[in-house]
Design a protein around this ligand. Structure first.
Ligand code: 3H9
Length: 697
């Protein structure tokens, strides 16, 4: 065995040399890995190896470039030399893959002559999620195996595929089962066969049959662009990935590589990828809780209870069933229970019909959900999540009951989006086991989970909840108890200013357009219409005291009855601004003595976003979020803040805290509202030249 660099070593088994990479945690292609690979190939050939296997230690094959190196000054050799050594090697090269071969990792594997994988391995080019495109030849090699249509789908979604799909398209040549040692044995056996049978030194780059099928097919690309337009609006990387695949279809390999290199450099040095790479690390940082040690004992969660089978409860239950955790879902009446379970079934059937889950998964997952009308059935659950109406008395009475019913050590969680968790925990005999798990609607789709720690919540309850979030594929951030927690508290500031601006002369359509153009999926008025204008509105107590009251009083309920801030087409659901609504607003403003004027788009943007940022800084100041980047995780994954703007704290830093503070102070001179009073933290960071994104409590 020869140590090549700190992360790569060379081993030998008979005629076969093994280049072994050991760069925890995910064997990323750090500079010393690239160096080690280069040295490994030349030494193996020098030593007279008749075949070479590239394999990794630890939990995975190479999971891509070292993202922390991207955008910085390059160190060590590039990947190109390694890839040429592999492709042009005079002896067969075999990549042995376990875990995930992603990004640059898959691009290395695509330069081997053969690929052997464990059956649990996954493959993907997820660069698009970092605002990038595969920059090590992946855009030209992958489609040569999969064909253009599949590569389009994989590269613009970042989806990982399993070995069945990989075998089908020729991405892998042999699949084996077992563990890493079995993979090594299978790869060495494959290598010996390649030697004995003089198997050809097949280069992916030379295969043109599959890309030729799409040569000149402009319609294929046009249709594909159309199909992802809504989802990828304003993002640069998906379009650039498509352009690379157009090059793969229409140009020789070398020219395609040139297109890839040019476009890669552009996205890699651009602001979108910087923001998306920041978000990648922000999500991982959010998992780390400074005062909860990594080795904190956790409750073993093998079963879950959900109280409430409404939209929220049903969605929450699906998260657990999706990962094989049995769920008991309890409703007050059989009728409500049946209705809720029917919705869950419909959701699964829709997913199966779209192909996002296999058909047999519908019955499997439904089989994990047991309905009941008796809370006593929660007795054996390891965690129970309450998802009932937002009412403190109701929640407290439920928690008293759960405390009686649930076994010792079980976690009692509330899905409250705003209520004081400490008051809920206080009615139980186990406040240390009470936590907030704030799911976002639709709970089976939205990635974010705001985890709310009460004053008495124990480390074990926090550690268990953070780990559980990961298990059910959520992105979690831990927050403290305050009204609206982090997300809704900031959202309320934006809502208040948007309301004021429509009285001053902006229209709902203008406010919504400005935020849509910034990158939100929709603005606050379209969002209210979608949620239902009458949520929280009471006909008996309505007092014509704001626009929402007036709209509801005039029979407008939002999208559900085709009339809200906008009018909706019954068939297409397309929205149109409504002159009647604009008149209602004008009359109300006149009655209040508010003079209407033209409000610029820039003012709309600043008055919507700056108070949110100011509130975010106050949240940090009060210790209600651990880090500035946690606030960004919440906004990008739960509130549609565009990932290419990083999050509100990140974006504020790009605007400049000095500039932002000056504007906030300017607005505070003319506008009412405590939300315009500058946060002390913001003032401090602006004066020190600090950043919100890196602030940590
Ligand atoms: C690329 O390849 C560009 C090329 O085309 C061009 C090259 C020229 N780099 O997610 P986890 C860290 S772009 C650095 O919690 P999991 C992560 O920060 C790359 N660090 O684990 C975390 O650190 P910590 C394309 C990385 O088991 C730890 O590893 N590849 C990288 O849930 C564990 O991560 C990708 O986009 C990296 N590439 O999931 C794949 N990856 O413990 C990105 C991870 O200090 N990675 N870390 O917080 C992933 O998708 C997941 O990490 C993976 C494991 C599925 C691999």
């Amino acid at each position: 065995m020869t140590v090549l660099t700190e992360s790569v070593r060379l081993e030998t088994e008979g005629d076969v040399a093994l280049i072994v990479i050991d760069n925890p945690p995910v064997n990323a292609l750090s500079w010393h890995v690239r160096q080690g690979l280069n040295d490994g190939f030349s030494q193996a050939i020098e030593n007279g190896a008749k075949a070479i296997v590239v394999i990794c230690d630890g939990r995975t094959f190479i999971a891509g470039a070292d993202i922390s190196e991207l955008g910085g000054k390059p160190k060590g050799p590039g990947l190109g030399k390694t890839q040429s050594s592999m492709e042009d090697s005079i002896v067969p090269v075999i990549a042995a893959i376990h875990g995930t071969a992603l990004g640059g990792g898959l691009e290395v594997a695509l330069c081997a002559h053969y690929r052997v994988a464990l059956d649990s391995a996954k493959f993907g080019l997820p660069e698009v999620n970092l605002g990038l495109l595969p920059g090590a030849g992946g855009t030209q090699r992958l489609p040569r195996l999969t064909g253009i249509p599949k590569a389009l789908e994989m590269m613009t979604s970042g989806r990982h595929i399993g070995t069945d799909e990989a075998l089908e398209c020729g991405l892998v040549d042999e699949v084996t089962s077992g563990d890493l040692a079995d993979l090594r044995t299978a790869a060495v056996a494959f290598a010996n066969r390649a030697i004995d049978e003089s198997m050809p030194l097949a280069r992916v780059r030379d295969r043109n049959d599959k890309v030729e099928q799409s040569r000149g097919d402009t319609e294929l690309f046009a249709n594909f662009r159309k199909s992802i337009a809504r989802k990828t609006r304003n993002f640069l990387a998906p379009e650039y990935n498509i352009q690379c695949l157009e090059a793969a279809a229409n140009l020789p390999f070398e020219e395609g590589i040139e297109v890839e290199a040019k476009l890669f450099l552009e996205v890699m040095t651009g602001p979108q990828s910087a923001a998306q790479r920041y978000q990648f690390f922000a999500q991982r940082a959010a998992n780390k809780i400074p005062d909860v040690p990594r080795d904190t004992p956790k409750v073993n969660i093998e079963s879950c209870g959900v109280l409430g089978a409404g939209t929220m409860g049903g969605g929450i239950a699906m998260n657990f069933a999706n990962v094989g955790i049995p769920v008991t879902i309890v409703e007050r009446s059989q009728e409500a229970l049946d209705k809720g379970l029917a919705v869950v079934l419909k959701n699964y059937e829709r997913s199966a019909s779209r192909g996002s889950i296999p058909p047999e998964a519908v019955a499997e997952r439904m089989g994990l959900i047991t309905g009941s009308t008796d809370k006593a059935d929660f007795a054996t659950c390891d965690i129970v999540i309450e998802a009932v109406f937002e009412d403190m008395d109701l929640k407290q009475s439920i928690f008293r009951e759960l405390d009686e019913i649930c076994k010792t050590g079980a976690i009692l969680a509330s899905n409250t989006s705003a209520l004081n968790l400490n008051e809920i925990a206080a009615v139980t005999s186990r406040p240390e086991s009470v936590i907030g798990l704030h799911f976002f609607s639709p709970a089976n789709v939205m990635k974010l989970l705001e985890i709310v720690r009460g004053d008495k919540t124990s480390d074990t309850t926090i550690a268990t909840s953070m780990a559980l979030a990961k298990r059910i594929n959520k992105i979690a951030a831990l927050v403290g108890v305050c009204r609206g927690f982090v997300g809704n508290r900031m959202l309320a500031r934006r809502g208040a200013e948007a309301e004021k601006m429509i009285l001053e002369g902006a229209t709902p359509a203008q406010v919504d357009r400005v935020l849509f153009e910034f990158g939100f999926p929709m603005g606050p008025f379209a969002m209210s219409d979608m949620a239902g204008l009458d949520i929280g509105w009471n006909e008996k107590t309505s007092s014509s005291s704001n626009i929402r009251d007036l709209l509801c009083e005039s029979g407008r309920r939002g999208q559900k009855n085709g009339r809200g801030y906008y009018t909706y087409d019954a068939e297409t659901r397309a929205s149109t601004p409504d002159p009647e609504v604009e008149q209602i607003i004008k009359d109300f403003a006149a009655a209040k003595g508010i003079e209407q004027r033209e409000v610029s788009d820039q003012e709309v943007l600043e008055r919507c976003l700056y108070p949110m940022i100011n509130e975010g800084a106050k949240i940090l100041e009060e210790g209600m979020a651990i880090r500035g980047s946690d606030v960004d995780v919440i906004w990008v994954n739960g509130y549609g803040w565009p990932a290419y703007h990083g999050g509100p704290m990140y974006w504020a830093d790009t605007v400049g805290l000095d500039e932002l503070l000056g504007k906030i102070k300017g607005y505070a001179n003319t506008l009412d509202g405590a939300h315009w009073q500058p946060s002390a933290l913001l003032e401090r960071l602006a004066s020190e030249g600090g950043q919100l994104q890196t602030f940590t409590n």
